[in-house]
Write a protein that binds this ligand. Structure first.
Ligand SMILES: [Zn+2]
Length: 466
């Protein structure tokens, strides 16, 4: 079941306050609170908790992470219940020592108060957010015994933030995962919540996937019970991967323009989402963050933007990839003795490298050579100018824009007449050069047939190109 209202879930577990900004209460011998919502809602949380506990008092408050909407009412709780033990991660504690962080948390809570006021919600706590001390520094996998039969286990589940802790109550199969899982929006859309690291977020989901969760408490809007609990963890993995694919595609299409990418994602997931929803400014802030970390991840993994092109003057470095190229090209020629053909080709390459009207460019990704281009003046179609003599991108690096980048780089070096000769048999090269040359020249090229070579020449002049 997906429970979207506040109140008792089952087994002494309650959603306190509005389910959009909830505090979770687990009643028992030593009652426990998880997270502390908005500062503005402090009185409401307090009232509801007192209604349930009567004369008894909460013993612990466990914090999942240090975002403003999860720690807003901590200091108020501490003033109401002075013996309440506040538990949070070491990193969470470190963040709370920073003046800048405190100011941000205070400002965001004041904004939250204003927004709730506009919605006519009252009574509100109008006091600003106050910093607090953490009494119990939680370390990963730490177990806190609440009673003889209830133990809370803290799992470090980074990805949304680095300080993130999920809390697992094995005896009741309750998992307080908050924003370690996707946020369930009012239209059923699952908003992935990684804000600091995509891979860490996925790993965290894998970690909690193996728990036999019966009640899953998310960060906002919903609690999942029964088969919907593991179902939501699984769906969060899918939502994150779908989001990654979508964002990577947009980033490639927008040529790495992060702002344009953010707007395209917003059009897909936010524009048509019904109210109440996250305000536009907060949504844009988080989406920009998600796009940024995906962009950085793509660059780290070499998503098409970390290749370098350089000219080399000796051939030793490219011998291995050149052999690979010959192996590939041999299918287009009638070769009786491959080994001696290779030898001849390498010898020509050696000669090429010392001639001054010949140029060899290599394409490197990280430290590996993944392609090369050779330029000379052996012309078949023009009487003067340059020719692409050999050109190769390793098969596993094809279709990522590297070839186009290398070709354009080489063309730009020599504004003059150009020709690229391609054998009729080499179908994929014909497709590649048709695309690259026509876009590079804006269609201003001639495709010439040469019967003695049995192939086409793509002929153009970029000398006049601005
Ligand atoms: Zn958060």
């Amino acid at each position: 079941m997906i429970i979207k209202e506040s109140g008792e879930i089952s087994d002494g577990l309650y959603v306190i306050g509005p389910s959009a900004i909830p505090v979770y209460l687990l009643d028992g011998l030593r009652p426990v609170i998880f997270d502390a919502g908005f500062t503005a809602l402090a009185h409401e949380y307090e009232t509801r908790i007192k209604e349930i506990l009567g004369d008894r008092k909460p013993a612990y408050l466990f914090l999942t992470h240090s975002h403003f909407d999860h720690i807003g009412a901590v200091s108020h709780f501490k003033s109401v219940w002075p013996r309440l033990q506040i538990a949070g991660s070491v990193r969470c504690h470190e963040i709370l020592l920073k003046q800048k962080a405190i100011k941000l948390i205070r400002d965001l809570n004041l904004e939250g108060t204003k927004n709730l006021k506009k919605l006519g919600i009252h009574p509100l706590n109008e006091q600003p957010f106050e910093p607090f001390d953490i009494d119990i520094l939680i370390t990963p996998d730490q177990k806190i015994k609440l009673s003889s039969d209830i133990i809370v286990t803290a799992f470090n589940t980074p990805g949304h933030t680095w300080d993130f802790m999920s809390y697992w109550i094995a005896e009741k199969k309750i998992l307080i995962a908050s924003e370690a899982v996707a946020c369930y929006e009012s239209n059923g859309y699952l908003q992935p919540e990684f804000l600091v690291d995509f891979d860490a977020y996925l790993l965290s989901l894998q970690k909690i996937k193996n728990l036999d969760t019966k009640i899953l408490c998310a960060g906002h809007h919903a609690v999942f019970t029964g088969k919907d609990a593991p179902g939501h963890i699984q769906a969060s993995v899918k939502a994150a991967n779908d989001y990654l694919t979508m964002t990577q595609d947009f980033l490639v299409q927008e040529k790495g323009n992060l702002d344009c990418t953010v707007l395209r994602i917003k059009a897909v997931e936010w524009d048509n989402r019904p109210w109440p929803k996250q305000p536009e400014s907060a949504y844009l802030l988080n989406t920009s963050q998600r796009v940024k970390i995906i962009w950085e991840r793509m660059n780290k993994h070499g998503g098409g933007h970390t290749v370098t092109i350089s000219r080399i003057k000796t051939i030793n470095k490219i011998k291995p990839i050149f052999r690979e190229y010959l192996d590939y090209m041999s299918q287009f020629f009638l070769i009786h003795d491959f080994e001696s053909w290779c030898k001849g080709a390498l010898k020509n390459l050696q000669l090429d490298s010392i001639a001054d009207d010949r140029y060899i460019y290599i394409l490197k990704k990280s430290d590996a050579i993944i392609g090369f281009a050779m330029v000379n003046k052996h012309l078949r179609f023009n009487s003067k100018g340059f020719a692409v003599a050999e050109f190769y991108i390793q098969k596993n690096h094809e279709k990522k824009g590297y070839g186009r980048k290398l070709a354009e780089h080489v063309f730009e070096k020599f504004p003059d007449n150009w020709e690229v000769a391609v054998s009729l048999k080499n179908k994929s090269a014909l497709v590649f050069w048709t695309q690259v040359v026509s876009s590079y020249t804006n269609g201003k090229f001639i495709k010439k047939w040469n019967p003695s070579f049995c192939g086409y020449g793509f002929v153009f002049n970029n000398g006049l190109k601005k």
